[in-house]
Design a protein around this ligand. Sequence first.
Ligand code: G4P
Length: 285
Amino acid sequence: MSETNINWYPGHMAKTRRMLEEYLKQVDAVCELLDARIPRACRNPDIAALCGQKPRMIVLNRSDMADPDGTARWAAALKKEGYAVLATDCKNRKGVNQFVPAVRSLLGDKLTRYADKGLVGKQLKLMIVGIPNVGKSTLINQVAKNKSAKAENRPGVTRGKQWITVDQGLLLLDTPGILWPKLDDDEVARHLAYTGAINDEVLDCEWLACSLARLLWEKYPDAMRARYGIDVSPDAEGYEILEACGRKRGFLVSGGEVHTERMAKTLLEEFRSGKLGRFTLEEPQ
Ligand code: G4P
């Protein structure tokens, strides 16, 4: 990523990967959780290889923050790629009830085979994976109806992994698999940063906000006009857009110049909190 030096994913990658590989051996299917606003940036480049032939499901979470049309386009495109797809909004518990039926349908062939062979009571296992902060724990808790909320906080007690029965014959691993994003890709890193998935402290906030302003002005000019009342040319640079927003907001310093840093923080905050609207920043290919 230019102008920043993101060394965000901690050095535990090798250990995390080993753990993940170990867990993956034990499951029948994998559910990858993505942020519906930036489904491409959230996808882990190695997950396909790690999962092998296992059936995979994709959950587009935070759909409450994404453009509904964008989510529909992504869901259709991912289904075409062969994934079972579900959009969820864990904030308002929308779509969560469809999780188990979607998994059952994903594993339908296996369930039928077990039934045909008379393997009554054989359980299917599933694991949720995703990059940090996409909502894995929240989804697990909601799907498991908080059954996983065991005594995690007791000091000195390291809890082993546990399987939660989420439905007859269906077990969910209570520990999510943490994946690493492809941060060496400029656009991926930027998109993760817009949503706050990358720690702000390592970033130049003004540079980031200019880049976000440019993208929003291109994709969602009406939302920008509605919130900030700006009217700059369609091909205005990010800094010009940010300045126009700041001027409208009255963020001025002595001499009448715009306090762009303040506006940068405001834009990022209003984007991340959803005040600015619902956005999907990426399109399926
Ligand atoms: P992780 O396990 O993947 O790291 O993510 P986690 O579940 O901890 O969720 C990260 C944050 O995202 C949490 O907010 C959670 O409430 C929020 N979140 C999860 N799913 C959704 C969703 O569908 N929509 C929205 N808008 N938010 C979601 P937090 O601020 O860290 O905690 P809290 O304020 O909920 O306590």
